[in-house]
Design a protein around this ligand. Sequence first.
Ligand SMILES: Cc1cc2nc3c(=O)[nH]c(=O)nc-3n(C[C@H](O)[C@H](O)[C@H](O)COP(=O)(O)OP(=O)(O)OC[C@H]3O[C@@H](n4cnc5c(N)ncnc54)[C@H](O)[C@@H]3O)c2cc1C
Length: 358
Amino acid sequence: MKPIRINGGGLAGLSLGVCLRHKNIPVEIHEKGNYPRHKVCGEFICGIKEKTLAQLQIDTLFADALKHHDISWWMGNKQLLTESLPEPALGISRHTLDERLADVFQRNGGQLILGKRISSDNNPSDGCVWATGKPANPKTNKPEWIGIKIHAVNTHLNGLHMHSSTRGISGSKGGYMGLAEVENNRVNCCGLFHVRSNIRPTEARARWDNPAAVIMAYAEACGMTKLLELMESWDYDPNSFTATAGFALGLQEKQPGFSLGDAAWLIPPFTGNGMSMAMESSAIAAGWLEKYSAGDINWHEAEHGYQHDSNNHFSRRMKLSKIMHPMLFNFPGQQILKASIKTNTLPFKSIFSQLRKP
Ligand SMILES: Cc1cc2nc3c(=O)[nH]c(=O)nc-3n(C[C@H](O)[C@H](O)[C@H](O)COP(=O)(O)OP(=O)(O)OC[C@H]3O[C@@H](n4cnc5c(N)ncnc54)[C@H](O)[C@@H]3O)c2cc1C
């Protein structure tokens, strides 16, 4: 069998690696970081099918994940809706999940090479897959969005709590926060905010004296006082704090070569389900890579076949998300959403399902 090399050991790279090892294909994963590690992520997995997890041979790793059944949504300080989810979502931290995947991959004979960043200038070569996550946005030196995450400890929360706001100063577009419980009585608090130059970590820390200070400063600036009250009542694990900036949302410029997960399809997190998409793209890729590895098709055919199938699978939700995401961050968009919720005309479940369907 011809070997496969995967650059990037996040959800896409690791789940693909595990699946290929079950087919006895020699696989190397090159990951710039280490495990376990915290990542900026809402850690709320929705839309992934049991059969996709089974196809990737990773279903048992989710056996103890929490099951979320509901979603509540606040705009500013006003609760707009509470709905049951069309299907339960899974709650598990990336700290635990990525380590489990890395462990299974190695136990099944996969080679994991850690601690070295692979240059994306490398020419795409046969048998090489890119799963390096969100590309840095080359178009802007000034980051537009900041993603921030921390775990609250010794606490519980029912379902997913979303808080969004368009309130901004100096043209800022506001942002949103998602809160969802993960394992070990922890609640993931993860936000995506339009960057505000007046919020500096040291000043926020001085004011709040709390490991969640930066998130709380953003929540306050966006007028999310209900969220702030809740967050002030919790304790946090300072080691779980992570932040990321300097990326663009939406369809990325196509990476050269065979790419999957965020490296190929970066869906805005509020409307999308990037973790599920990372695993779905691995499941699509695995079939083509198996044929390539067995010598049934050449690399060009594998790449072409994968791109065709993943375009069919993801294009619809990317287009819908492109319409929905800006509505959450501009005033007229939020007014339309508010009015349709008030008059009971927002087809929430249908939109939610459409954003997760091929
Ligand atoms: C604020 C925020 C909240 C989110 N919340 C959710 C959520 O609740 N639910 C959901 O479904 N999705 C969510 N997402 C999206 C989700 O996190 C991603 O879609 C998912 O992590 C994509 O997986 P991936 O494997 O493609 O990329 P990643 O998980 O980012 O993995 C990429 C890996 O590649 C490694 N790497 C990068 N560059 C190199 C290099 N040059 N060489 C070697 N290694 C490299 C990185 O270290 C990393 O381990 C959120 C995203 C953001 C920004």
